[in-house]
Design a binder for this molecule. Structure first.
Ligand code: ZN
Length: 179
């Protein structure tokens, strides 16, 4: 039996899960593959979605909430209640386009920082959905970017890693002062 992920896109007063910020060790670890997509995983997905909506994000990876599992949630239209969010479990990028594009990214773990990151424009990604079914998806534009950004999180990689060391240190100093 499929259990549908029903999520209210409303923003809550208190986020169900706490988001880790740059400097937290859990953001630098590799996430483990999910062996079985069960109700515990679906419960995690629900909490991650609600955390993402509450924080005004369009993507969240499990290591950002201290769960070292290969689980990602994405919603490029968080304000549109008619579009369902995307859940990617054990995602693998199967193909990249040769052309790249530079676009500004943000990250819920690095609040207030927006960086231009160069990435392949189009990707093909294989993953399991919230019911454990294998899926493949061709993604472009914002969705392609969001998926690549979140898959980086599963490998302990952050958008600041695309910067020069100098710029990265400057951002880290700025954040250390604030957090
Ligand atoms: Zn991020």
């Amino acid at each position: 039996m499929d259990s549908e992920i029903i999520v209210n896109k409303e923003k809550l007063e208190n986020s169900p899960l706490e988001i880790n910020y740059l400097g937290d060790r859990s953001l630098r670890q590799s996430a483990k593959r999910v062996s079985k997509v069960d109700n515990d995983i679906r419960q995690l997905v629900r909490k991650m979605l609600q955390t993402m909506y509450t924080a005004d994000g369009i993507g969240l990876a499990a290591p950002q909430v201290t769960v070292q599992k290969q689980v990602i949630v994405i919603d490029c239209e968080p304000d549109n209640s008619a579009t369902p969010p995307l859940v990617l479990i054990n995602p693998t990028i199967k193909d990249y386009s040769n052309d790249t594009c530079l676009f500004q990214e943000g990250c819920l773990s690095i609040p207030g920082v927006y960086l231009d990151v160069k990435r392949p424009s189009t990707i093909e990604v294989a993953y399991k959905d919230e019911n454990g079914r294998p899926q493949t998806l061709q993604a472009q534009e914002l969705l392609s970017r969001a998926i690549q950004h979140e898959i980086d999180h599963l490998e302990g990689k952050l958008m600041v890693d695309y910067l020069s060391t100098l710029k990265r240190d400057r951002i880290r100093n700025k954040l250390n002062k604030r957090i």
